[in-house]
Design a protein around this ligand. Structure first.
Ligand code: AMP
Ligand code: FE
Ligand code: FE
Ligand code: ZN
Length: 289
């Protein structure tokens, strides 16, 4: 039964593999987590559970505890809000339908962005496809890799700060559900929802207390307040609201392999928070490797 077996620390609940925009395969990612000294990790690719099987198979051979998860793209007007979802049923029909819709919208959006960029830089959709693996959730990081390959940026981060920045003129949003609906979908599939990096620029403006209260009513479990991109003032405000609404606080790296400076285990989650999360997650079991 979930929750009775023991997990070990340190606990990092937010990582990406090549199934979305991380640079390592799920197996390589799990081995990297073991090498980094983690006792527990969650795999949270964008809008996809395609890496769960491979990550679980590797976790079983290494002794790390794996929490299957996903980072669900949601949207409030033009702002993207990321929802971490843990231990939900990956075959739940509503989740499968919604995440395929989001992945398809991401693909069309990436093609349109590349078309616009292509008017000013020698970049083609084929260049971007060369940077993705089949079925991967496509995002700006893959366009960034193509820009790097073409010599228009030195690193992913430089591409994000320049050509791919939202105000550079090429940015475009993509379809994603409202966070309230995503929370309902995750809970209906037995999962546990946590807002990712909620104190980053913009996100905290679109989640005033009144909206947060509605998300809590819909089943929000926690806020990822320990994350390098959270801003101090917004973070302090959200710590107060977490206390007021009984929300749990998580800490994670948001590791993307070599694609981002974030290092595994740079922020961690308290064991009692993971314990509560595992108790509430009924759609999938942790893998106790
Ligand atoms: P998108 O969701 O397509 O708009 O792209 C945003 C994603 O790029 C987020 O998930 C970020 O974590 C990811 N990302 C990966 N590497 C970087 C980087 N070096 N700088 C900024 N964002 C990055
Ligand atoms: Fe990402
Ligand atoms: Fe995110
Ligand atoms: Zn992430």
């Amino acid at each position: 039964m979930a929750g009775e077996r023991r997990f070990r620390g340190p606990i990092d609940l937010h990582t990406h593999s090549s199934v979305s925009d991380g640079t390592e395969t799920p197996a390589q990612l799990v081995r990297a987590a073991v090498d980094a000294g983690l006792g527990t990790m969650a795999l949270t690719d964008h809008d996809s559970t395609a890496g769960w099987y491979e990550a679980a198979a590797t976790a079983r051979t290494t002794g790390i505890t794996l929490i299957p998860g996903m980072e669900f793209s949601t949207r409030i007007s033009f702002l993207s809000v990321h929802l971490l979802a843990y231990l939900f049923d990956p075959s739940d029909a509503a989740i499968v339908a919604e995440t395929s819709r989001v992945r398809q919208a991401r693909l069309v959006r990436a093609e349109q962005m590349v078309e616009r960029i292509g008017a000013d830089y020698a970049l083609t959709w084929e260049d971007v496809l060369a940077q993705t693996t089949p079925d991967a959730t496509v995002g700006r990081p893959h366009i960034a890799d193509a820009l790097v390959a073409r010599g228009f940026a030195l690193t992913r981060s430089e591409a994000f700060a320049g050509i791919l920045h939202w105000d550079a003129g090429y940015y475009q949003p993509h379809y994603a559900p409202d966070p309230l609906r995503a929370i309902q979908l995750v809970r209906a599939a037995g999962g546990v929802p946590v807002i990712a990096h909620p104190a980053t620029r913009g996100v905290d403006d679109v989640i005033p207390e009144s909206r947060l209260a509605r998300l809590v009513d819909a089943g929000l479990f926690g806020l990822e307040l320990e994350h390098r991109e959270n801003r101090p003032e917004a973070k302090a405000r959200l710590y107060e609201l977490a206390e007021k609404y009984g929300l749990r606080v998580t800490g994670s790296s948001d590791y993307h392999g070599e694609g981002k400076p974030n290092r595994l285990g740079e922020n961690t989650t308290a064991p009692e928070v993971l314990e509560a999360l595992i108790k509430e997650g009924t759609g999938a079991d942790p893998i106790y490797g």
